[in-house]
Write a protein of this length. Structure first.
Length: 104
């Protein structure tokens, strides 16, 4: 009976040692996992920021080109409007002169 009691005590001690080693292992593994996870998060955040900056630069370049094209079209439309206005003014002046000559 004494031998069974010793084995039971030895089993309890081994279970206690196992629980202690498990707690120690968790105490060492959890900070390592947190550090590893935060490193991954920081890397993903840095890459995301770089991609946003690249997208911002690309969008700025696209907007600049679009603005140049729109400005070019507006300038052409302005020139055309001036020419048409000039032709129309000439036609009105010519008609007015014609009316004055025939009514006088």
């Amino acid at each position: 009976m004494r031998e069974n009691s010793n084995r039971g005590l030895l089993g309890a001690i081994l279970i206690g040692v196992g629980v202690g080693l498990t707690a120690t292992g968790l105490a060492l593994v959890i900070p390592a996992c947190v550090s590893w996870g935060s490193g991954i998060f920081e890397e993903a955040f840095r890459r995301g920021r770089e991609r946003v900056e690249d997208a911002k630069a690309t969008f700025g370049e696209f907007a600049g080109r679009a603005q140049e094209r729109v400005q070019h079209h507006v300038e052409q439309a302005t020139k055309n409007a001036r020419n048409v206005t000039s032709v129309a003014a000439g036609a009105v002046e010519s008609a007015a002169r014609h009316v004055r000559e025939h009514t006088s």
